[in-house]
Each structure stands twice: as C-alpha cells, then as structure tokens.
Design a protein around this ligand. Structure first.
Ligand SMILES: *Cc1c(COP(=O)(O)O)cnc(C)c1O
Length: 482
C-alpha cells in the first residue's frame, strides 16, 4: 500500500479550521433563525474538518480496497455474483423512472405500473405459477411473506397446522422465516449424496405439516430427482410446497417450480436477475404463488381495470403490507430489463452456461479437492476440506483468506452446514474459460503451500484477520470525538 493512502478515519484526518472550497454567498445562508431555540445544539457538532482533496482521496482509496464483481472473480456460492450490466444502470436512472414518487396518484404513473404488472406476469410464467407479489425486499422477506400467506390460507380453511419441514442442507433463513411466521421448524435429514432422506421425510410428514420448504437445485448444486414424488406426498397430506428460489440461475427457462410441484416460491432478483448486491443490499425477493393462494398476497396489488392500472387494496383476505410502497423498484427494474433483453431462449441459455461453467470449474479441481455430492452438479458445487484440515491443519477459512492474496474473492465457506469445511463455488455464466482456469490453477497452488502461509493469510491486504464476531458482539455505532 502506498504510504500516502491513509487508513485513518475522517475524524483522525481532521485539522481545525480546514475547509472545502466555499463559493461566496452560496453556503452562507444560516437557517438557524427558523429553528426553535430549544432544538438548537449548545455547541457546533464535532464534524471532521477537511479539504476537498483530502475527502476525495480518502473515499477513492477506500473504494479501491474492495473486492467487487467489477474488479475480481467472485465465485461466492449460492449468492450468484454475476455481472451487473452497465446498460441497466443507465436505463434505471432515466428520469421517467428515477423521478417518480411512490405517493403520486396511479393515474400519473401508468408506465411504471405497466412495467411492474408485466414483471409480475413474467415472474409468474418463469415460476409456472399464477400470481406474484413484488413487495418483499429480499429472499428472506419473500420466505416470510409466503409463509404468512400459507398461514392465512390454512386459517381461512379452518385447518390447524403448526410445522414447517426443512431439509438440513437449507439456508439458515428458511427455519428463521418459519419461526417468525409462527411455525415450528422441523429438520429433515439429507442422504450422503445430498438428497432428501425419503425415509426421514416420510416419518416426519403428517397432518400437522403446513409447508415443506425445499431449495431445488439444493445448496450442493444438485437437482432433487424425487421432487415430484415428494411434492405429491406433501399434497396428499394437505400441505403446501415452498421453493427457495435462490438457485433459479440453474433452471431458468428449463424447469418451472410450479411444474415440479411447488405451490409458492421466492426469487432473489439481486442474484438471478443481476441486481448489483453485496454487503447486505439492496435486494428484491418477489414471491409467486398458485391461484388458491392469490387472495392472501400483500396489498396493494397492481391490477389492470378498464385499460388502466390501479393499486388495489380492497382485498379482505390479504395479509396486508409487508413493506412501504411497492418493493425495491430499482432492483426490480434491473431485473425487468434483463428478462426483456434476453427473452425466453436467452434466459434458458443463462442457465445452460451457468451449469457449463460450474461443471468445467469442478472438472478442473476434480482429484485435487474432495467433492461433496454426486458428479451431476448444476450451477454450483461444494468441496470439503475435511481431510486437508485433518492432515495439514489447514481450514476452509485459511484457503479462503489465502485466495484474497491472489486477487480472488473467496468462495462461500462453511455452508451448507451438512458439509464439513465446505467451500462452495458458483462461477456464474458470465465468466470466460480463462478466468476459471486461472482460478483453478491458483487454488491448486494454494493447497500445496506451506500451511503456516495459509493460516496467517491474507498477507497483502491492509486488514488481515479481523475478529469475526466482535462487530456483532460489541458494535460501535457512533464516533465520540475527542
Ligand atoms: C441468498 C439466499 C437466501 C436469502 O436471500 P436474501 O435475498 O439474502 O435474503 C435464501 N436461501 C438461499 C439458498 C440463498 O442463497
């Protein structure tokens, strides 16, 4: 790192009296006379005092210390870190979209409402389901919303069902959503090759089961071959099947969840449909449902009546709102542009190429890493470093950290929980073969390095091994100056 690139906080760089450029008369308007005396601070707020160039350098240097899909290969499994087309950024900032206010009357934003309506129909079609709500802000909120819809459905039918069945390979948000929606989460075992253990499933399936939640392809990147049989068994007991759609990148335009038995699902628009994401946001997690569940979807719904779009909220069975306004429109629009640009055949090619890339990368690593699950991976695969840990005392975390030194974002580690020392890799469809080859070569090289080199990695970044839980256990939410 260049010595001039300070790692300090703006507050530490502050020098009394230092100022940015000030244009005479422009920034001098003192509005304090308009504020009642009792709301005024006793002393000026202790803001850092800096020159403009200090600020520009500070933020520009910080931004260059990040790993992003625009700068580095980012094979983060399950998260689908695919290229975010720059064209979408230009289109979404068009003032016809960007200058709308969510509170303006529906009659003045017919264009936007038609886009949202069309987006709902396209997502329902890709799902093989009937209706869609764009409101949920992320996959996890989509899960919760759909489970609240399921709860309302059973309540309406006078059925008392208390449990949600979830395979042990599921994402942690699945059981969390089930509990938040008032259900008990019951775990179903996986077989050694990563499929639902039908025996365990059959034992736990009874009339108290409201929903069976499944990720398909699952978090090992494997398609559940028995899915229609499993769905039939759930339906025979009067339960509903929920599909966690985080892995839709593997099956877009090729298999529809509604056709293989799902009654409801969520999408992660920020994963599958190119919303730029990372560091926790922004997201969009629309849900699609079968027709009998539609009356329970959140309000307001975008409805076309007499040739005009309206926002309808007179729906007595609806679970109500799950967030303000109509969803994360900026992310939804990017997804809409993506789907409209590619069309049905283009979307199917996304999945074909995503699967091809994952299988190619897996084949390059085969024999060098122990793989979890069978050979038929779809868009992602999982390796286990269990043996490496035992033989050389090197963990999945050590390998992930060492990859940073070589300019690669780490794969997902320690997920799914059913694989010890898991490294989960999802290259996505937008990478070329040279990138995958270079990554595989680097990973293989790292596996042969001195274990001490790995245990102390990364060596080239300004921060090496931060305490992984300190930030949540002891959050520092404000800077107290001086
Ligand atoms: C990402 C993910 C989720 C949660 O989605 P968010 O949009 O992050 O809330 C759920 N399940 C799986 C399998 C995921 O990968």
């Amino acid at each position: 790192m260049n010595k001039n690139q300070s790692t300090g906080l703006l507050f530490e760089l502050s020098r009394a009296g230092r100022r940015c450029h000030q244009i005479d008369g422009v920034l001098r308007n003192d509005a304090s006379h308009a504020i009642p005396q009792r709301f005024l601070a006793d002393a000026p707020v202790p803001l850092p005092e800096l020159g403009e160039l200090d600020i520009v350098r500070h933020y520009t240097n910080l931004s260059s210390r990040n790993m992003a899909i625009d700068t580095h290969f980012y094979p983060l499994g399950s998260c689908t870190m695919k290229y975010n087309p720059k064209r979408h950024e230009r289109m979404v900032s068009d003032h016809h979209f960007a200058d709308l206010h969510p509170l303006q009357p529906a009659s003045t934003c017919q264009g936007m409402l038609s886009v949202l309506h069309e987006m709902e129909m396209m997502l329902a079609e890709i799902a093989g389901l009937h209706a869609c709500s764009l409101q949920p802000s992320a996959g996890a909120q989509g899960e919760l919303t759909a489970l609240l819809v399921a709860a309302a459905y059973f309540r309406h039918r006078g059925e008392h069902r208390t449990k949600v069945l979830i395979p042990d390979s599921a994402h942690g948000t699945n059981p969390a959503s089930a509990v938040l929606a008032g259900f008990e989460a019951v775990t179903v075992k996986s077989t050694p090759d990563g499929m639902v253990d039908i025996e365990d499933f059959t034992r736990k399936l009874d009339d108290s089961i409201a929903v069976f939640m499944i990720t398909n392809p699952n978090t090992l990147g494997l398609f559940e071959g028995q899915i229609t049989r499993i769905a039939d068994m759930v339906h025979a007991r009067g339960g509903l099947v929920y599909l966690d759609g985080a892995n839709m990148n593997a099956i877009l335009g090729i298999a529809r969840p509604g056709d293989f038995g799902a009654d409801m699902m969520h999408y992660n628009v920020h994963k599958t449909f190119t919303g730029p994401h990372g560091a926790g946001g922004p997201g969009s997690g629309p849900i699609a449902v079968r027709s009998m569940l539609e009356p329970f979807l959140p309000v307001p719904r975008v409805v076309k009546r007499d040739g005009h779009y309206i926002l309808a909220d007179e729906r007595p069975l609806s679970i109500g709102r799950v967030r303000s306004f109509h969803g994360n429109i900026g992310v939804l629009l990017r997804g809409y542009f993506y789907i409209r640009t590619l069309g049905p055949e283009g979307l199917a090619n996304v999945s074909r190429h995503a699967v091809l890339n994952a299988r190619y990368l897996r084949s390059l690593l085969l024999g060098k890493l122990d793989m979890a699950g069978s050979d038929n991976c779809l868009h992602e695969f999982v390796a286990s470093l269990k043996n490496l840990r035992r033989e050389r005392r090197v963990s999945a975390m050590d390998v992930a950290k060492r990859l940073l030194d070589y300019g690669y974002h780490a794969p997902t580690v320690y997920f799914p929980l059913v694989v010890p020392e898991a490294l989960m890799m999802e290259p996505t469809e937008t990478e070329g073969p040279e990138t995958l080859e270079a990554f595989a070569e680097t990973l293989i090289k790292i596996l042969g390095e001195d274990p001490e080199m790995l245990r102390t990695a990364p060596h080239t970044l300004s921060i090496s091994r931060p305490d992984e839980v300190k930030a949540t256990k002891e959050p520092v939410l404000r800077w107290i100056a001086g």
